[in-house]
Design a protein around this ligand. Structure first.
Ligand code: HEM
Length: 543
């Protein structure tokens, strides 16, 4: 045994010495790993960016789109203060380029490394800068000096005292944010009263050549795609020029202080609305929809958006556009409005500066005109509510199966119209489009040409014998004139049965011009229900 041990011992000693000598190799492998772990656990710089920058960015995007300008927006923020740490992340970079890759999933190891090393994560109200510098901070014993904490009141890395409560700037691009004109940061009044803004004559005509946008001081730019003219957000700069009187003429200083552009609520000019109008008209033609046009459905949407008004409580109406929220949308009276809503929602996504309330009512006014009706004097300025707390109770919309008393209850007691206006509005609306068994349970059209606004509804009502009939699919009762395959609701027939209503049915049947004039005023008034305007024309109802 001793012999064996004495033979093995030198060998064992040799291997032990070798192992001790080579141990540094293992450590060499270990060091980068330990460093990497230290980096991963290192503290982050958290810089709260004024979320207003992001908001401004979205607004500028909208403005850029509508004004046709292709200037890139730059992103300036508090990261300038990183300069004191001699770190250069750049302080003025195009934000879109910056943000896009950060939200993309890493697809390869290189991407992963790039993201892990010195990356910047953007959140809606802040961004977090992960830097190798953190290790240095940590190793130099200054750990926990800059601690990431989203809690308000925690000491932040840099002096960002003007942001008292980071949460107050929370901004979520997922939920469409209404442009809330009653916010304190929106000064009033706007430059011009809206009424003035819409006077076409007031805007100077500038002839611009196709594809060469007018630049410089012109208030008009040309959209290269559509050839439409829009107003640019042109505001002359104001400021102060001071020339110091001291020193030799060579060294004299000239100082130009340019006043910042005054903040003004973003509301489209006449030409911006012309652009929206253009898009609305483009969405009307739909071969898959009844009679190939969405326009009647849009007229009905504009009417339903406004018809929830109740003058006794001052609630409901077009301001706020509560129809977007499920409690109102699922009101049985609102079935079948989704084609109009989805088409208009796409337009709203293109022009985020316009409120849904304005868009839906504007589209209704345009549809009437487009279908051959009178011009409707529509005014912008409605604001959207941001949640469903303002949704009026269901059941305010009229029911087609009831009679004259019900019509008066809705049109006179709630909406504030009179007998004449009720007849005028119902007859004008029901000259267009049709009822659908799959939506309301009634079936058929009121007039022979449902894409032509006219006084035809009154003529049909007056000249035919209307028989009661049943819709086979739904068992619903309606009135039919089989020869022309026309229909009437019970409420429509009530206009003939009630003497006070019937008087106006006859007058409008005989005088189409009078009907057009009065419909134009009544429909404009309908779209204004629930809209309390200030002297500058903007609705400032508190939501
Ligand atoms: C007593 C008042 C009213 C009642 C009971 C009533 C009822 C109805 C009903 C049941 C439909 C069919 C919905 C469907 O199945 O798709 C309809 C369609 C329509 N209504 Fe009325 N309505 C009234 C007043 C008005 C007013 C004042 C207007 C506009 C000024 C209007 C415009 C329209 C239009 C344009 C359609 C056709 C929609 C389409 O083709 O998709 N209605 N209405």
């Amino acid at each position: 045994m001793d012999l064996i041990n004495s033979l093995i011992a030198p060998l064992r000693n040799f291997y032990q010495r070798l192992a001790i000598r080579l141990a540094f190799l293992g450590r060499l492998l270990l060091y980068p790993y330990v460093l990497f772990l230290a980096y991963l656990q290192s503290v982050h710089f958290v810089v709260y960016v004024q979320a207003k920058n992001l908001e401004l960015y979205y607004r500028r995007q909208a403005q850029r789109f509508t004004s046709g300008s292709r200037r890139s927006t730059t992103f300036k923020d508090k990261s300038q203060e990183l300069d004191q740490w001699k770190l250069d992340f750049g302080t003025s970079r195009p934000i879109a380029e910056e943000v896009k890759p950060l939200f993309r999933a890493s697809v390869n190891p290189r991407d992963v490394m790039l993201k892990a090393w010195g990356r910047t994560d953007y959140y809606y109200d802040r961004y977090v800068v992960h830097t190798p510098f953190c290790i240095v901070v940590r190793l130099s014993g200054e750990r926990n000096r800059y601690i990431y904490s989203p809690r308000p009141g925690t000491k932040l890395p840099f002096v960002l005292s003007e942001i008292a409560e980071p949460d107050q700037y929370h901004f979520s691009p997922q939920t469409p944010r209404s442009f809330n004109l009653n916010k304190v940061d929106v000064p009033k009044p706007v430059e011009k009263p809206l009424v003035k803004l819409f006077e076409r004559e007031a805007i100077p005509e500038v002839v611009a050549k196709p594809n060469t946008p007018t630049i410089g001081r012109s208030p008009i730019v040309l959209d290269a795609d559509s050839g439409t003219k829009f107003s640019s957000s042109h505001t002359p700069l104001t400021g102060q020029l001071t020339v110091s009187k001291t020193g030799s003429p060579r060294n004299r200083r000239i100082k130009l202080v340019v006043n910042k552009k005054p903040k003004a609520p973003f509301i489209g000019s006449f030409y911006d609305y012309e652009h929206v109008k253009h898009e609305i008209i483009n969405c009307f033609d739909r071969p898959e929809i009844d009679y190939g046009s969405l326009a009647p459905n849009i007229v009905r949407l504009a009417w339903h958006v406004s018809a929830t008004y109740d003058q006794r409580t001052g609630t409901g109406g077009s301001n706020g556009c509560t129809i977007r929220f499920p409690p109102e949308l699922t009101d049985p009276g609102n079935t079948g409005l989704h084609p109009a809503m989805s088409a208009l929602n796409l337009i709203q996504a293109k022009f985020p500066w316009i409120s849904y309330a304005d868009l839906y009512t504007f589209a209704g006014a345009i549809a009437i005109e487009y279908l051959g009706g009178p011009k409707i004097d529509w005014k912008p300025g409605r604001i959207d509510c941001t949640d469903q707390s303002q949704v009026p109770p269901n059941g305010r919309l009229p029911l087609g199966s009831l009679g004259a008393d019900h019509i008066r209850d809705v049109f006179i007691n709630a909406l504030g119209f009179d007998d004449r206006a009720a007849v005028c509005l119902i007859g004008g609306g029901h000259a267009l489009g049709r009822t659908h068994a799959k939506y309301s349970g009634w079936d058929g059209k009121w007039t022979e040409n449902p894409l032509q606004f006219s006084n035809q509804f009154f003529l049909e009502l007056l000249t035919h014998e209307w028989d009661e009939c049943i819709v086979p699919e739904t068992g619903m009762k309606q009135f039919c004139y089989e020869k022309k395959r026309l229909m009437m609701l019970n409420t429509d027939m009530a206009l003939l049965r009630d003497p006070s209503f019937a008087k106006w049915v006859k007058i409008y049947g005989e005088d189409e011009k009078l009907f057009f004039d009065e419909f134009s005023q009544d429909f404009a008034k309908l779209l204004e229900l629930g809209v309390d305007r200030d002297s500058d024309g903007i609705a400032r109802k508190k939501f």
